[in-house]
Design a protein around this ligand. Structure first.
Ligand code: NAD
Ligand code: IPM
Ligand code: MN
Length: 361
């Protein structure tokens, strides 16, 4: 029996996780796999119910699971809370508690969406890379992180890494590159930061064990520019937690919408947490407008990385491609063809599920 914990969270989180759960249910049903979905609270929803963004019960349930599906956390309702009581702390806390140090964010342009990006078609067409973002260290977790001084008029955040923390995520990137086009771009700020200089050293050290992989180092500021001006050069990008956060939202523009970018947060074994790269989108929550595809594609990554069900993962990805090719899309996207149709979250999900079932028979 496979156990999947579902953490819907806030805003559009419950809408998009409901879609992905329906897709997973139909895939598991087709492959006669027994699965149990258990829902728990995280983020603002957990603050409202338990007074904390990450209840112990949620952590315990995640630790009993083979995989976790998460929607998104946060929203204006909780923005005034003190740092420890913010929904976002729940998300950071579960990543840390589960030891999910490598966040994979694949960026691939679906042909139907090539014109949905504001960038030129010729730049977007060839895009196929994956960002490997370090997820449990760096600027997000370094201590101290606080206000200082008698008047609290100084502030400090800390970017800290151990050798081992960098090593393991870099290793993950090399392993991935070996299964792809064998190119790694390591992104840092080695002209300023000591942590980046150690990062570079470890990338170079690791590369000796992977002679087939071509390695380039790029500074994060110019990498941000190159992601837009020459995105097809990239295969595997590996970078520090906050650089990866920023660059991945930027990269999502290539796919046509933030609502298209899935992610997998992994560690050394098969347990993983799968979530869209986008947030809780308070501006469209509860309106049926959310694009569920980032979460549905995250569910495909779950099948691939946690359950060794690559065939089924590809089935989901093919179904998404088919539905987009038929001209259907949610309102965050524009498809430039006369017969295109804007659909809501539920209809998009229904269409993906029928495409899966159609391809199955
Ligand atoms: P956001 O990603 O929620 O939204 C940015 C823009 O993209 C909005 O206009 C939104 O409507 C749109 N968008 C995002 N996902 C979409 C989807 N699936 N379909 C259609 N449109 C979509 O970022 P934000 O507005 O900066 O943050 C809102 C809240 O979400 C904040 O509290 C933030 O901390 C939180 N957040 C959470 C996560 C997460 O849980 N993983 C990630 C990012 C932001
Ligand atoms: C993401 C989000 C989170 C992050 C926030 C909500 C803490 O932006 O998953 O990309 O910065 O990691
Ligand atoms: Mn982010």
């Amino acid at each position: 029996m496979k156990i999947i914990t579902v953490l819907p969270g806030d805003g559009i989180g419950p809408e998009v996780t409901a879609s992905a759960v329906r897709v997973l249910q139909s895939v598991f049903q087709n492959s006669k796999t027994e699965v149990q979905f258990i829902e728990k609270k995280i983020g603002g929803a957990a603050i409202d119910a338990y007074g904390t963004p990450l209840p112990q019960e949620t952590i315990d349930q995640c630790k009993r699971s083979h995989a976790i599906l998460l929607g998104a956390v946060g929203g204006p309702k909780w923005n005034q809370q003190s740092m420890q009581l913010r929904p976002e702390q729940g998300l950071l806390g579960i990543r840390k508690a589960m030891g999910l140090f490598a966040n994979l964010r694949p960026v691939e342009a679906f042909q139907a969406l090539v014109d949905a990006s504001p960038l030129k078609r010729s730049f977007v067409e060839q895009v196929d890379f994956i960002i490997v973002r370090e997820l449990t260290g760096g600027l997000y977790f370094g201590r101290p992180s606080e206000r200082l001084g008698p008047n609290q008029d100084r502030v400090v955040d800390t970017l800290a890494y151990s050798r081992q923390e960098i090593q393991r995520v870099v290793e993950k990137a090399f392993q991935l590159a070996m299964k792809r086009r064998r190119k790694i771009t390591s992104i840092d700020k080695a002209n300023v930061l000591e942590s980046s200089r150690m990062w570079r050293e470890l990338v170079n050290e690791t590369s000796k064990r992977y002679p087939e992989v071509a390695v380039t180092h790029q500074l994060v500021d110019s990498a941000a520019m190159q992601l837009i001006t020459n995105p097809s050069q990239f295969d595997v990008l590996v970078t520090e937690n906050m650089f990866g956060d920023i660059l991945s939202d930027e990269a999502s523009v290539l796919t046509g919408s933030l609502g298209m970018m899935p992610s997998a947060s992994l560690r050394a074994d098969k347990v993983g947490l799968y979530e869209p790269a986008h947030g809780s989108a308070p501006d469209i929550a509860g309106q049926g407008k959310a694009n569920p595809l980032a979460t549905i594609l995250s569910a495909a990554l779950m099948l691939r990385y946690s359950f060794d069900m690559d065939r089924e993962a590809k089935q989901i990805e093919a179904a998404v491609r088919d539905v987009l090719n038929q001209g259907y899309h949610t309102s965050d996207l524009q498809i430039d063809r006369p017969d295109h149709r804007t659909v809501n979250t539920t209809e998009m999900t229904d269409r993906v599920i029928s495409a899966i079932n159609q391809n199955e028979t």
